[in-house]
Design a protein around this ligand. Sequence first.
Ligand code: EPZ
Length: 418
Amino acid sequence: MDFFSITGGRRLSGKIRAESAKNAILPMMACAVLTKEKVIIRNCPYIKDVLSMKEILEYMGAKVFFSGDGVIIDASDLKRFEVPSFLSKKLRSSIYMLGSVLAVNDKLKISFPGGCDIGARAFDIHLDGLKKLGVDVIEEEGCILCRREKIKGSEITLKYPSVGATENLIICSTLCEGSTVIKNCAKEPEITDLIRFLKKMGAKIYGEGTGVIRIEGVKKLNGVEYTPIGDRIEAGTYILASLISGGEIEISNVLPQNICSLLNYFCNNTCKIRISNDIIYIKKEESFSGLYVSTGPYPDFPTDLQPVITAFCTVADGKSVIRENVFENRFLYAYELKKMGANIKIDNNVAYVSGEKKLYGANLYAKDLRGGAALIVASLTAEGESKIFGTEYIDRGYYNLTEKLSLLGADVKRNYEN
Ligand code: EPZ
């Protein structure tokens, strides 16, 4: 088994650039099937989830290749309208094939999607919305079978502002007959970016960034060349990695307004912060005291940074309370942090953390993407060496992790076990 080996204690300081946002790129890749022309997504990180979406598109008959810093997709001649389990299970984002394929084809068979084991990961909101758009949906033996005459615009109110369901229903409505209004939408920056991408393809979409999105169906969508926004979760991870080590970091290609819920914790005497349009500079000045964190749909604190900020709190002075309101099972990593000497008590969806002076290196096992990131961040400040197994989870969302951490001064190696 591969593992990262990190010897803690180094101050992380320096400049790095965030990749384009994984959670914007993945739905954009699915949208390539909406047009017969080429779709080019620039500054695309070579992460596992991108490779998994590439495999799904190629299985269906699309041509997908990397050129320079981008991925180029030609889905003009699809041969299959199904996504088998060995592909759909690799990631949650296989679910976007529902919205994109049903916009252009009358049927799709897709096995249940995968995704990090952080909760039920239901998809009822997706399916309820598709039914409103005129899709007949049958779930049987782990598959979702969809058939439709045409996609008819409708008014849909989501029972919860699901990011994926918001995106899927927008995508599916781009070529609908009439228009669709979706209420109680999620407002994540990646959704706004996806809408910008679709509008560049010729879609007529209004209300981005608000809880109500209107889509007027058009007859055809064109190819597009697009550079997605920077990855705010990657950026937040490196900011916390630098702060936990007592360092300073300048991270570019990230819009500060997209992670102000994180930056707000440090807009005080503990840090010096400078921001410009897509650059954040932050430096630790004083010791950190405990935090109160409560995750929620944007603009609340992002659930994807919950594991990482909890790791950060394990060495802050005093007590912290971290409440996870989005996923039911997103504290698995906490049991690994306890191996390092962290003082964490989990009670249902709340983590109670008492900061310790020091953590100690240990053998740690990542069980999901962001939980893995939390173990990496904790290891940077721990005394001695940590080995972090489960690299296959971390590789899903962090490109060039070893190179970026080394550039910042960390003592990190990747060990490939044969
Ligand atoms: C997206 O997942 C992100 N993934 C997740 O990032 C992120 O944590 C999540 O949004 C919340 O911000 C991608 O964009 C690829 P949801 P998604 O639908 O769309 C429940 C990462 O680490 N729900 O907003 O799956 C669901 O169970 C990943 O990059 C239903 O009940 O999130 C969850 O409890 C992890 N029925 C809550 O809503 C549904 O039909 C939020 O899910 C859909 C969701």
